[in-house]
Ligand binder design. Structure first.
Ligand SMILES: *Cc1c(COP(=O)(O)O)cnc(C)c1O
Length: 495
């Protein structure tokens, strides 16, 4: 059984996985989706005896049908190696009555590493399979974590260049330093005077810009995307939900077939969409709990069935979720329209033109897999403090948003089935916010010093990623207006 891909805005399309990975976004602006979701091909119990890599191979193989087994193994072996500081790749910690799936043991200490350590391998392989003779320019907008994880994956990868746009005042100090110190002769990092949505819209506009594409083609270059709209990001993210289930089975927390819930701190709707795909494949998942910060456009959507971006934008302590236009939601919308291209296009046009859309009665049913909630800044601080005091377990502000919404879920529903919380970043990536939450004085204290105080107080070891950038020189200092993004790109590419 082979999986092909169509677009949410062109259902007649039928392309291979390697084509979709290379292209990133479909030509007419839609997102690639599998023509059918492959069912899990093993008994759940069988996954309990498999390693992370083995689960990755089993799941990804069904989505990446035009990759041979050898090719896929090459990608998996290249990705999930000593770059991760634990052989388990994604360990689970029990705290406060939930199971925290730690997705931050990769190089840049955030969950983006789970997919971005394999994407460069998939992309290179896809280029080979598609006989691509042009240089691939990875164009990326980041809310803080994608940028670094993508650059660290693509640094000095032959035949590629990577350009990252980030909101200059919308990322944590460590996130910014991680990016501006990134080495590699194929890399450009640009801060923009705007927020993530503006960075993302600017990048999408460049993807669609025909004049730019022609100039690129002349210089033998083409764009691709490392953002979570790329199925090469989405597919590797399905793996860890199946893996998490299998570890709970192995630990006898659950029995074969038992339901679990999955709580995900959500921004661009990529990570939770992967959990939805895992459920659609047959993983026994009861509720997908979608946690937002103060930018609660998704919570309101689940409540009112109106997605409305016309609202105040907040810069929060969980910056990677400071997003009002959740790109991957389009894939869910497409699904709940009954895979209707017409309906999806109409709703996305509303979003583009009026900044909002409303789904119809028939579609509401499709949202019943989800529970939405949000956490304020105060909620976020309180839950970090509470879990630390109770279990000596430190979580970052993104994970804290999820932990808080899980509390709300339990209060409202009384549900007690085992729940996975996607823990998306190391507390050391957001040292100041975490330290302040547990009562450490942070005023006038350097981030690095703060990390040491936090280590002493919590016993949680400072990851290498933090040590590494301590004395790293700043290499990138370009800042531009939103309107100048394209100009800066062309300057870098020399076109
Ligand atoms: C990107 C990110 C998120 C949000 O993930 P989406 O796939 O965009 O919903 C949450 N937490 C952290 C730490 C992130 O880097």
């Amino acid at each position: 059984m082979s999986t092909y891909y169509k677009s949410t805005r062109n259902t007649d399309l039928k392309v291979t996985a390697s084509f979709a990975i290379l292209q990133g976004l479909s030509e007419e602006g839609g997102l690639f989706v599998p023509d059918k979701i492959p069912p899990l091909n093993k008994e759940l119990q069988e996954y309990a005896d498999m390693t992370y890599k083995e689960v990755a191979f089993d799941i990804m193989r069904d989505y990446l049908s035009d990759f041979t087994d050898e090719e896929l193994w090459e990608c998996i072996n290249g990705a999930y190696d000593e770059k991760f500081d634990t052989r388990e790749i994604a360990p689970i910690m029990e705290a406060d009555g939930a199971f925290f799936l730690e997705l931050y043991h990769g190089k840049t200490i955030a969950f983006k590493d789970m997919a971005l350590s394999i994407l460069p391998y998939l992309m290179k392989m896809a280029a080979k399979k598609q006989n691509e003779d042009k240089e691939i320019v990875i164009l990326t907008a980041t809310s803080g974590d994608t940028g670094k994880a993508a650059m660290s994956g693509f640094a000095d990868v032959e035949g590629t260049k990577i350009v990252v746009f980030y909101p200059k005042s919308g990322v944590s100090p460590l996130q910014e330093k991680q990016m501006t110190t990134q080495k590699g002769n194929n890399i450009k990092v640009i801060g923009i005077k705007g927020n993530f949505d503006e960075a993302q819209s600017g990048v999408k506009a460049m993807f669609k810009d025909k004049t730019l594409a022609a100039k690129m083609a002349q210089a033998k270059m083409r764009f691709s995307s490392a953002n979570s709209i790329n199925i090469g990001r989405l597919v590797p993210q399905i793996v860890y939900y199946v893996y998490a289930y299998s570890r709970l089975l192995k630990a006898e927390v659950i029995e074969d077939g038992d339901m679990i819930n999955i709580t995900v701190p959500t921004g661009n709707f990529g990570n939770i969409l992967a959990a939805y795909y895992a459920k659609s494949m047959g993983l026994p998942v009861h509720k997908l709990i979608c946690a937002s910060n103060s930018n609660k456009v998704l919570f309101d959507f689940f409540e009112t069935h109106i997605y409305d971006t016309d609202r105040e934008f907040y810069v929060t302590s969980s910056p990677s979720m400071d997003i009002l236009i959740s790109s991957n939601l389009e894939r869910l919308i497409f699904k709940i329209t009954g895979e209707s291209q017409e309906k999806t296009v109409a709703l996305m046009e509303d979003l583009a033109k009026k900044g909002k859309f409303e789904i119809d009665e028939d579609m509401k049913e499709g949202l019943s897999d989800f529970f939405g909630g949000y956490a304020t800044e105060e909620d976020t601080r309180n839950v970090i403090c509470r879990i630390f005091n109770k279990d000596r377990y430190l979580i970052d502000p993104h994970t804290a948003v999820a932990a808080h919404v899980y509390e709300i879920y339990c209060d409202e529903t009384g549900d007690t089935i085992p729940t996975i919380i996607a823990s998306t970043a190391s507390p050391y990536k957001f040292t100041e916010a975490v330290a302040a939450s547990i009562g450490i004085e942070t005023k006038d204290v350097e981030d690095m010093e703060l990390a040491e105080i936090l280590q002493e107080k919590s016993g949680a070891v400072i990851p290498n990623a933090v040590e590494e950038i301590r004395n790293a020189p700043i290499i990138h200092d370009t800042v531009c207006d939103v309107s100048k993004m394209s100009e800066e790109l062309e300057k870098f590419l020399g076109i």
